[in-house]
Design a protein around this ligand. Structure first.
Ligand SMILES: *[C@@H]1O[C@H](CO)[C@@H](O)[C@H](O)[C@H]1NC(C)=O
Ligand SMILES: *[C@@H]1O[C@H](CO)[C@@H](O)[C@H](O)[C@H]1NC(C)=O
Ligand SMILES: *[C@@H]1O[C@H](CO)[C@@H](O)[C@H](O)[C@H]1NC(C)=O
Ligand SMILES: *[C@@H]1O[C@H](CO)[C@@H](O)[C@H](O)[C@H]1NC(C)=O
Length: 280
């Protein structure tokens, strides 16, 4: 049973560097890759939503109760899995883009976190204000065009830096929870679950392509977890509760088709190689 396992799909074009980041660097303080850039939703938001007009904020107790009892805006008692990957890479936990003053952004060369709780792959997925994936990539484009060149002066060095860094995307659950399942007569509900998954994956791939076109080559893309087992979806009876398997079945198309989508030659002309691992 793969119930609580989060399967990450690791893509790398530079096969020689593949999975190098899984080596444990935290003991040596030596960086394995130059930077970790994070895109996504509340699963990896590190505080961007603190700066937005939304109820989807996690800046109050008991969030962060295991993070020095400090609620940073992470939707978690402690670190997110993006933070844990950064630590394993020997990097600092990437700061939220909106939390770094504009005048200091050019100094940050170990990665930035653009993730924003309650947003999704689609522009139409949101609850209150949040950074859509489109907006997150717009900010990343500005990082690449305006901020990084101020610290990395050589064009060749910047190209190597971008190609060797890791780009993590953890997004998609809200496209179901706050979109597809939420509005019975929503714009996308004419699509059956499989077609909706195809639709989301097409958008996801075109967004990844934008990051790729800016020079990124190594991606970690997470599938969608079992939404049917989250507290708001479980089916409760007086003396038990069980996962909503109807929901889990409907979202399964997305996770099943993700690896194939990322390997499509049409989307990524150079081709991608894929490794699957369970992070437990
Ligand atoms: C990685 O290194 C840290 C620091 O030495 C250690 O606490 C941790 O257990 C190591 N993790 C693994 C998976 O080896
Ligand atoms: C953690 O923070 C909360 C809210 O600020 C406070 O009420 C609580 O006493 C703190 N807990 C500890 C162990 O410091
Ligand atoms: C999403 O919104 C952006 C502007 O924020 C726009 O450029 C883009 O075309 C939109 N995408 C879709 C699929 O509507
Ligand atoms: C959805 O469509 C059905 C059938 O057309 C209609 O009866 C229902 O009122 C609509 N629900 C909402 C929330 O618009």
């Amino acid at each position: 049973m793969e119930k609580s396992l989060k399967v990450l799909w690791v893509i790398s074009i530079m096969i020689t560097h593949q999975l190098a980041f899984l080596v444990n660097a935290s003991h040596s303080k030596k960086k394995i890759v130059p930077a970790l850039y994070v895109f996504g939703d509340s699963t990896v938001d590190a505080g961007n939503n603190n700066n937005l007009n939304t109820l989807a904020k996690a800046n109050a107790f008991p969030y962060g109760i295991d993070f020095n009892n400090c609620s940073t805006g992470r939707f978690s008692n402690g670190k997110t899995f993006a933070d844990l990957i950064a630590i394993r890479l020997g990097l600092p936990m990437p700061s939220p883009y909106l939390g770094v003053p504009k005048s200091e952004r050019h100094q940050v060369v170990t990665g930035i976190n653009y993730a924003s709780g309650s947003c999704g792959i689609l522009n139409s997925t949101r609850s209150g204000d949040c950074l859509s994936l489109d907006k997150q990539i717009e900010y990343f484009t500005s990082t690449v065009d305006n901020d990084l060149p101020r610290s990395i002066h050589s064009k060749t060095k910047l190209r190597h830096y971008l190609a060797n860094s890791i780009y993590l995307l953890s997004i998609g659950s809200n496209d179901y929870m706050l979109n597809y399942f939420k509005y019975p007569n929503g714009t996308n509900n004419n699509l059956n679950p499989e077609k909706y998954a195809d639709y989301l994956l097409r958008h996801l791939a075109s967004h990844i392509k934008k990051i790729y076109d800016l020079g990124a080559r190594k991606f970690v893309v997470s599938r969608i977890g079992q939404i049917g087992c989250t507290p708001i979806c479980v089916i409760r009876t007086p003396d038990s509760q069980e996962c909503n398997e109807d929901i889990n079945q409907k979202i399964k198309y997305y996770s099943d088709k993700l690896p194939g989508k990322l390997q499509e030659k049409a989307a990524f002309p150079a081709g991608l190689s894929l490794e699957k691992f369970d992070s437990g």
